[in-house]
Write a protein that binds this ligand. Structure first.
Ligand code: ATP
Length: 355
């Protein structure tokens, strides 16, 4: 499935100049500085800018060309914004059914039951929407968009108004939607942590242009990725959890790399998780250590030493062609003679790892 976009759209002194083909499987994130054109691009995809010069094709359908612009509802796109735009006079059930009832029967692919169970909103269907928390409202907004059986879901900073805890709670729901209902999702976010947890692909934008489009794993393994210009570099692993002997302790494995994690809340095992490892949580030793609290000691090879602010960033190669970053002092680089090709041990605390 592909989404082809070609546009030269002048908005006063800003120009969106994009010529790209996006794979629309899974979750794609649009990332870039404020004002780089992410919302403008989303509006073009949604069909909200019929006067813009744009050519947009979704699979074999022409959504926009110089003669025609198919409106939003005919594109079968679900849109969710930062502020959930629910209908205040209706309860949760009626909000959810709003789009569903307007969807032709033959086009309905999802049921109220399936959607409300996946989003955990089945217990408060009769409640008025103004009696919901921000996170609950956002889940209802997602449910409502989904029940119109969209071919594509566009989310414009859907979690920006939520606190960190609520955000962490809602992210797994988005993953479930993409996996279980196979709805392609494109979302805008400024939050690297959120993107590394959720996205399969990432599109980097700068000053109205797409500068790179790549898998999340490639973007997370590249120290020069635009991700890390203003954020601490972090590696991403995707695998499954197995409960370990002590409560709260788990072993995460992606087949090649095993990590011991200590998590504050119980987790279901044998399902997919992503683990982020921040460069600031990784230390380097020349040997395996005994009598230390680091529970993860991973054999690694120095791939690259990059000056990073006042420190150095070591890119480490792990089994399975995985990459890990370690932020260390220049003194450590010199005293441990950390040069390309050197075999070392990466030390990671179990408590530093969060899924
Ligand atoms: N209605 C408008 N008319 C003219 N210019 C606009 C309009 N809306 C936005 N712009 C300009 O278009 C540019 C891109 O805006 P856009 O909202 O697409 O960026 P963004 O990357 O989504 O930003 P943010 O992350 O802050 O939401 C900005 O320079 C903005 O000032």
């Amino acid at each position: 499935m592909t989404l082809q976009i070609h546009t030269q759209w002048q908005r006063d002194d800003f120009q969106l100049a994009v010529d790209c083909t996006l794979a629309t499987q899974g979750i794609t994130a649009l990332f870039g500085r404020s004002g780089c054109g992410k919302t403008s691009l989303l509006r073009i995809i949604a069909g909200l800018e019929p006067r813009a010069q744009a050519d947009v094709r979704f699979n074999d359908k022409v959504w926009q060309d110089e003669n025609n612009c198919v409106p939003l509802h005919q594109r079968r796109i679900g849109l969710v914004f930062q502020e959930p735009s629910l209908l205040p006079h209706l309860n949760v059930r009626d909000n959810l059914l709003y789009g569903f009832k307007r969807t032709p029967v033959a086009e309905r692919r999802l049921s109220l039951d399936a959607v409300t169970q996946i989003l955990d909103i089945d217990t408060f269907l009769e409640r008025p929407v103004n009696a919901l928390s921000g996170g609950q409202k956002q889940r209802v907004a997602l449910g409502r968009a989904l029940l119109a059986s969209p071919h594509l879901l566009l989310l414009d900073e859907p979690f920006a108004a939520l606190d960190t805890q609520t955000k962490s709670e809602i992210l797994p729901y988005i993953r479930k939607l993409a996996d279980e209902f196979a709805v392609p999702i494109i979302f805008i976010s400024h939050d690297v942590r959120e993107i590394q947890k959720l996205a399969d692909h990432i599109v980097f934008m700068e000053q109205g242009n797409i500068i790179k489009s790549m898998t999340i794993h490639a973007a997370s393994a590249d120290i020069h990725s635009p991700f890390f210009v203003e954020n601490t570099p972090a590696a991403v692993f995707e695998g499954e959890l197995v409960a370990a002997e002590t409560p709260g302790s788990y072993v995460f494995s992606d087949g090649a790399v095993q990590l011991r994690l200590s998590l504050p809340t119980p987790k279901k095992c044998n399902q997919k998780y992503r683990v982020r490892v921040l460069a600031t949580d990784v230390a380097i030793s020349l040997h395996q250590l005994s009598g230390v609290s680091f529970q993860n000691q991973l054999a690694a090879k120095v791939l690259k030493v990059t000056p990073f602010h006042a420190h150095c960033l070591i890119t480490l190669g792990l089994p399975g062609e995985h990459t890990l970053f370690a932020e260390v002092s220049t003194y450590a680089v010199e005293s441990l003679s950390l040069v390309e090709g050197k075999e070392v041990v990466a030390l990671v605390k179990a408590v530093a790892l969060v899924e």
